[in-house]
Design a protein around this ligand. Structure first.
Ligand code: NAP
Ligand code: GDP
Length: 342
């Protein structure tokens, strides 16, 4: 990892969620390196909105590295309902995790932003330099602003990256020192819409693909129609959780910038919600009627992101084809129906 010596102890917050489970799987399948100790935690180990519980966890684990995934997460409709909770809970979690990691001497933290935090009014494709260029979409402004503050806070650890200046106002020579003298790198990745095994398949709260998979399952068992919410015209770039997990390991080990990096399939792989629904319908062999409920919100029309920076680093990385990844996720849901979050 570019650091001189000593054991590498990697704490993964949010280790029980969609992305955390995918990282567990790729590590268990051989992506872990000798000398690495991986510790995956959930809210049962510590409620990270609570500073005392966060400190107790970090003092016990003493992580040299942190992958910070823990967050209040949800699809469009949960965001619309609970904007305030998304803001407050995620602000508390993020400040507790980042500051406690600093206090216990963690060398590197990789946090997780999202392409839905970018400005709503923007040019396309969106890139890493555009995070703070304007207000996010109103449907998820609580979640978005809390995520954006991770990027702000990261720049205090790596103050030499602050807008090309030596550091945030008033902190020259202090915050910068954490990065320059101690090699602290607090950075973040920016994934697009993630899906895969262990997703939240709750129809009201979850994201579009797990929601549609659950709905098709119910439509098949009751012989009813599939209702897709909205017009089906919005566009999304989907990333399979296992591909994201592999990219996370690369960022942890190789990526040395404080500036975040977008982890996404290419612009040409963006699909409409209608196409995403068709992929689920095909994968689950559903032959019933498909209805679009246009009384439901479409949310942000698109958030097309450039993966140019990722491709400059990893030109040969192979993403799992979308239809194959959807099929694997549908199979996982069918095989794990009882235990799946729904
Ligand atoms: P998820 O499946 O809902 O998992 C959330 C994780 O956070 C769980 O492990 C949960 O623990 C933990 N957590 C929630 N509140 C906590 C608290 N107060 N204290 C401690 N742990 C807490 O979410 P995900 O989809 O894997 O998301 C992981 C990261 O990726 C998040 O930062 C999210 O914002 C980001 N992201 C997700 C997507 C997406 O499409 N899903 C897209 C872009 C970015 P329990 O299991 O104990 O509840
Ligand atoms: P977003 O990408 O952050 O907007 O979040 P979602 O993953 O929730 O995707 C929302 C988009 O999918 C909107 O255009 C919705 O209208 C559409 N959509 C269609 N059916 C569903 C569904 O069953 N659940 C969800 N969450 N969204 C759906």
């Amino acid at each position: 990892m570019g650091e001189p010596e000593g054991p590498t102890r990697i704490l993964v917050t949010g280790g029980s969620g969609l992305v955390g489970r995918a990282i567990q799987k790729v590590v268990a399948e051989g992506a872990g390196l000798p000398g690495e100790e991986w510790v995956f935690v959930s809210s049962k180990d510590a409620d990270l909105t609570d500073v005392a519980q966060t400190r107790a966890l970090f003092e016990k684990v003493q992580p040299t590295h942190v992958i910070h995934l823990a967050a209040m997460v949800g699809g469009l409709f949960r965001n619309i309902k609970y904007n305030l909770d998304f803001w407050r809970r995620n602000m508390h979690i993020n400040d507790n995790v980042l500051h406690t990691a600093f206090e216990v001497g963690t060398r590197k933290v990789v946090s997780c932003l999202s392409t839905c935090i970018f400005p709503d009014k923007t040019t396309y494709p969106i890139d890493e330099t555009m995070i703070h260029n304007g207000p996010p979409h109103s449907s998820n402004f609580g979640y978005s602003y809390a995520k954006r503050m991770i990027d702000v806070q990261n720049r205090f650890w790596g103050a030499s990256h602050w807008g090309g200046h030596s550091g945030p106002p008033g902190l020259d020579g202090q915050a910068g020192a954490y990065f320059q003298q101690h090699g602290r790198t607090f950075t973040a990745v920016i994934p697009t819409n993630v899906f895969g095994p262990y997703d939240n398949f709750n129809i009201e709260d979850g994201h579009v693909l797990p929601g549609l998979i659950h709905k098709v399952h119910l439509a098949k068992s009751s012989g009813s129609a599939l209702t897709v919410w909205g017009t089906g015209t919005p566009r999304r770039q989907f990333i399979y959780s296992l591909d994201l997990a592999r990219l996370f390991l690369w960022v942890l080990r190789e990526y040395s910038e404080v500036e975040p990096i977008i982890l996404s399939v290419g612009e040409e792989d963006e699909v409409s919600i209608r196409e995403a629904a068709e992929a689920v319908v095909d994968a689950m062999d559903f032959h019933g009627e498909v209805i679009f409920d246009t009384s439901k919100s479409d949310g942000q029309f698109k958030k097309t992101a450039s993966n140019g920076k990722l491709r400059a680093h990893l030109p040969d990385f192979q993403f799992t084809p979308f239809k194959q990844a959807v099929k694997e996720t549908c199979n996982w849901f069918a095989e794990n129906y009882e235990q799946a979050r729904k």
